[in-house]
Design a protein around this ligand. Structure first.
Ligand SMILES: [Zn+2]
Length: 98
């Protein structure tokens, strides 16, 4: 006498996302859309122009601010990259020296 084999396969564990809260489209520093061309290309399936980040300079200090789980996952946005690349104090008016 044969036992009917159990057709119910063991529960396949869904692909675990290590960081469910991490959105690769959002800047991990300010939470704004990072406009990463590579992510846009992935989302739309259309090739984009080279991402702005190709020519951007990310300072080591800025990269150090990234949460460990965001490294290699989410792009920093152009705003944060530009802010970090500039000197901390950038006065707009240079003729108001007293
Ligand atoms: Zn940002």
């Amino acid at each position: 006498m044969h036992l009917g084999y159990n057709s119910g396969s063991p529960v396949t564990s869904p692909q675990l996302n290590p960081n469910p809260k991490l959105n690769p489209n959002l800047c991990p520093l300010c939470g704004m859309p990072n406009q990463c061309a590579m992510e846009i290309a992935k989302a739309t399936g259309q090739a984009q122009e080279p991402c702005w980040c190709v020519n951007a300079y990310f300072t080591p200090e800025l990269l150090a601010k990234l949460p460990e789980e965001a490294k290699g996952q989410a792009c920093i946005c152009a705003g944060c990259a530009a802010k970090a690349a500039q000197p901390a104090q950038a006065p707009r008016s240079n003729d108001s020296m007293i």
